[in-house]
Write a protein that binds this ligand. Structure first.
Ligand code: G
Ligand code: G
Ligand code: MN
Ligand code: NA
Length: 258
């Protein structure tokens, strides 16, 4: 596929970028960000991750690409940790199953933390439910190895995969992330509303915080808040954006200067 060569070239020529999307707590205070990969391709224009992440996984290119993401995110996290108004921010980084399955995954994350000086306790890795389907023991071992150093874990796209509740309780997670597909029609679809409420209750009963993604309106947030949701991410609070725009936005947010 032509795109495969393009990904290689994109990596070599440093075409990839990270965007940052704000995450807020129940009071609307910024608590962190999710790093989201962007590819402004010289000919194709902005190529969305959905169009190349799968290919990167199939070809194994997700390994160098994922490493670049982690390295770049942790470099940013280190910078944030040094500035007064950003020092509290956590940074969530998406990790694909194939990347996580690498035998040396935990060591490579720890190496990146050491190389960049990013505080491990402010790094949050977003895993997907596909990791719970096979080799759960390996998943748990890797998570523990990283958790020992302070790294946190969030289960992304929760509700769309196949997680077994018996595995869920064994994982050292700190957060569940309600998939945006359930948030979208929360107010009009009683099934989505029930799912969102159930995920929040399930998360809390397992001692986990729950964040909702795809929060686009104040009514979404109100509903989720009544259901006990702990944190929010979505266009209502901010779109994914380049780091400079993200930092500019922080200065006008309630948390600025504290
Ligand atoms: O930001 P956006 O909605 O376009 O992201 C689309 C999908 O791509 C999401 O499922 C997101 O998890 C995934 N994605 C974005 N950035 C990364 C990344 O750095 N690594 C991996 N593995 N997936 C990513
Ligand atoms: O990693 P994950 O699968 O959670 O990817 C999140 C995706 O959702 C990103 O591609 C991001 O651009 C997108 N996104 C973030 N906030 C919103 C939102 O409020 N509405 C919609 N439709 N998409 C969003
Ligand atoms: Mn994510
Ligand atoms: Na998601």
């Amino acid at each position: 596929v032509a795109l495969e060569g393009d990904i290689r070239r994109g990596l070599a020529q440093q075409q990839f970028q990270l965007y940052y999307q704000v995450q807020v707590d129940g009071r609307g205070h910024t608590v962190g960000a999710e790093a989201l990969l962007r590819w402004p391709h010289p000919q194709r224009g902005m190529v969305p991750p959905n169009e190349f992440i799968h290919l990167a996984e199939d070809t194994g290119l997700i390994i160098p690409l994922g490493h670049w993401v982690l390295q770049t995110a942790c470099t940013q996290l280190r910078l944030w940790s040094l500035q007064t108004h950003t020092r509290h921010l956590t940074l969530a980084v998406n990790v694909s199953a194939r990347q996580f399955r690498q035998p040396e995954f935990a060591e490579s994350v720890l190496q990146v933390l050491q190389d960049t000086g990013a505080p491990a306790h402010l790094l949050k890795l977003e895993l997907t439910e596909s990791l719970l389907v096979n080799d759960v023991e390996d998943t748990i071992a890797k998570m523990h190895a990283l958790k020992m150093h302070g790294v946190g874990f969030s289960l992304d796209d929760f509700g769309t995969g196949y997680s077994s509740l018996s595995y869920l309780k064994r994982l050292p997670l700190e957060q569940l992330k309600i998939d945006q597909s359930f948030v979208q029609d929360l107010l009009s679809d009683p099934n989505d509303a029930a799912i969102a409420r159930t995920v929040i209750a399930l998360g809390h009963s397992l001692g986990l915080a729950v964040i909702a993604e795809g929060v686009e309106t104040a009514l979404h947030q109100e509903f989720l808040a009544l259901a006990g949701c702990d944190a929010y991410q979505g266009y209502l609070f901010g779109r994914p954006m380049p780091v400079q725009a993200f930092e500019d936005g922080l200065l006008s947010s309630p948390r600025a200067g504290t």
